[in-house]
Design a protein around this ligand. Structure first.
Ligand code: SF4
Ligand code: SF4
Length: 266
């Protein structure tokens, strides 16, 4: 789209967006549902009276993922409670998502914050490539289950498989196998993460993904972390950036394309 829309055109567009907002993404409708949802996410992020708008926009993106996957009825998965192999690898997070998790963890004991710091200390010096093989469990894995399942980040929502034994060989034994991922999950997860990143980029917030352990350590041990990040403070400056969202990567190009299309409409 080129050229800014007039106010009445924007009003008409917002009205049309209601077909897509908060509904499962219609995967056969091209960019339209994604762009409508990005406009909605931008409207959440522009409400600067809301100190928890990063958590809120993440909750929205997570819900969008959940309802879209439920509606698309993908292949039967091998994933189940107690299957934990994939929780021993490198995890990344869109920065806004970590505050939703930190909000839940703050209601728990200090032990978890210390455990996160210890895990981050173990992994912070390891390169992204080596982290895949480090076998250090996610600090939020508890008794072989995800202790924050309801609020887990998009990366974890998209990491699903049809064969747990193959996951065991890949994640625990370091075998070079093509993971039996499920294409519907991968493409929906990538598109929703790109939409969330585009919304953040459109309002000038940090959108490139970062290391999960580092993000958790900062968000749980920094006072008023969400408020400070929303005010533009680079609280994650020491956290490793994820290679996959660097400038020029296919993901970054996808985000740029969405930003270019949506910018004139907001
Ligand atoms: S992705 Fe693999 S390891 Fe993770 S829960 Fe699913 S089957 Fe288990
Ligand atoms: S957040 Fe949960 S699902 Fe994701 S790696 Fe950690 S324990 Fe596993």
């Amino acid at each position: 789209m080129s050229g800014k829309l007039s106010r009445s055109e924007k009003r008409r567009l917002l009205k049309a967006d209601s077909r897509w907002v908060g509904k499962p993404i219609a995967l056969n409708k091209g960019r339209e549902p994604f762009e409508a949802n990005i406009r909605h996410m931008v409207s959440i992020l522009r409400d600067d009276k809301n100190m928890y708008r990063a958590s809120e926009v993440s909750e929205y993106a997570h819900r969008l993922h959940e309802i879209t996957m439920r509606a698309s009825k993908p292949t039967k998965l091998a994933c189940a409670k107690g299957c934990y192999y994939c929780c021993h690898t490198f995890v990344t997070v869109v920065p806004a998502e970590v505050f939703r998790v930190a909000g839940v963890l703050q209601k728990r004991s200090d032990d978890i914050v210390n455990h996160i710091k210890e895990t981050h200390a173990k992994t912070s010096g390891i390169s992204q490539q080596d982290k895949w093989r480090s076998l250090v469990p996610c600090p939020l894995l508890d008794a072989d289950s995800c202790s924050i399942h309801e609020v887990r980040p998009l990366t974890c929502r998209g990491c699903v498989s049809t064969d747990a034994e193959s996951c065991k060989r890949i994640y625990m034994e370091g075998k070079e196998e093509v993971p039996p991922f499920v294409i519907e999950y991968n493409s929906v997860t990538t598109a929703i993460a790109a939409s969330l990143s585009a919304a953040l980029r459109l309002v000038g917030l940090q959108d490139r993904s970062i290391d999960w352990n580092g993000a958790l350590a900062v968000a749980t041990s920094t006072k008023n972390s969400e408020e400070r990040w929303l005010a533009g403070e680079d609280i994650f400056s020491d956290v490793t950036r994820a290679i996959g969202t660097n400038p020029g990567t296919p993901f970054d190009k996808m985000v740029n394309g969405l930003v270019q299309n949506v910018a004139p409409t907001i």
